[in-house]
Design a protein around this ligand. Sequence first.
Ligand code: FEO
Length: 130
Amino acid sequence: MEFIKWKEDLSVGVGIIDDQHKELFRHINNFYNSIVNKTNKEGVMQVISNLENYTRIHFSFEELAMRNGGYADIAAHIKEHEAFVEKVADFKERFYSGRLLLSLEVTTFIKDWITNHIRISDQKYRGIVV
Ligand code: FEO
């Protein structure tokens, strides 16, 4: 099931970054489906690790592109990235140790965060990162 769907109004005007955002959404959908389908713990760990890893790949790529483009507000943007990666790593760690029951609240948090981030923060480098 598609829990989060990329739409044209989320485009940042850079094809490769739009493609990465679509891939990120695919990982978020996998995570959502693993919760809905009550996948076993190992399976959920794999899916959340994939999401975490791909998020790091995307953020690194985007930060390099912002640096190369001379984007002035890069420090604030990187802070947002770091906070999100920490949050996902924290969900994973707490789930693994049995201190967090992953729920739709967690997937909704991830969905809302990434959508708002693309809509507001990523849009700010539109035209600067090419
Ligand atoms: Fe596309 Fe700043 O994340």
